[in-house]
Design a protein around this ligand. Sequence first.
Ligand code: PEP
Ligand code: MN
Length: 350
Amino acid sequence: MIISIHTQATSEERAQLMTLLCRITGSQRPITTTMMTEREVIALDGTIIDAQAQTAINEQSAVDSIHTLKTPYQLASRLFQATSTSITIGTTHDCEPVTIGGTASPVIMSGPCAVESREQLISTARAVKEAGAQVLRGGAFKPRTSPYQFQGLGIEGLHMLSEAREVTGLPVISEVMEPDMVDTVAQHVDILQVGARNMQNYPLLMSVGRHARKLPVLLKRGLSSTIDEWLLAAEYIIAAGNPNVILCERGIRSYDPMTRNVLDLTCIPLLHELTHLPVIADPSHSTGRRELVPVMSRAAIAAEADGLIIETHIDPDRALCDGRQSITPAQLEKIVHETRLLTQLMKGDV
Ligand code: PEP
Ligand code: MN
């Protein structure tokens, strides 16, 4: 059940509502309120609210309305919020902020799959900035299929990402894999990435949702997740208090090993109907082949993606992780240029 709070509610009226909700739910914990684009809301576990309690909640002067949508997800739904969410990235560190979603032009995030060394990261960061990318990516904690593959530099890698932001002014995105590591990773990044393998790691989703500064979260689609499962994962983050969720289509598993995954382009316009959250595409992990990255980048922009996340390496053939799908800075520059042209075309400016 979703409770929308009156914009003019006083602190006494709110406190009264909270006391009632804690009594009804039997919760000792404070109830989470979330500031959405259009209103402030409280999401409650519906199984414990009977009709009498519902009436008591409705009678509270702080309450504007209460309702439950027919869709399994609520706060993530376009039916709940008609206005597209736009999220400004890079407001908590010293860098050049960039807005994603809504009417903003597509945002290009790029960098190596993994931070491998200070030299590799700083030179790639400079090159992707030069190529026109607006956000630097780089994995410090890597979820690898084999325990014998390079696992990332961990905290050392996070410090290098902070340095790369200082050098280039680009906001930074990196993956967090454990609920207890959210605060540590958040000290160094501007977007917390939840990877495909962790899309349904509910303690992690709640942990990024509860993050005090509500740092934007890039939520990648699970390896074989349905759109409903994906939006429910986003719902976990929003219901826990953080509405700044960006969805990322990174390809889904199929039977054919010819490509690493199948980029589900259909989900982009579909998600724009179902949800107000920004949606970006990852042409690198979806294809697994660098020669397919430029064309699938164009296709995703044509399908109205709010941005792209692309793996770029200064020396792709020597990358410690995902070199086969990594492009060079020169190839990235071309994609940035084509994205601008396509965007102008789609806005009717040419
Ligand atoms: C990544 O972005 O480096 C990554 C591991 O992606 P995914 O979670 O989509 O596999
Ligand atoms: Mn990768």
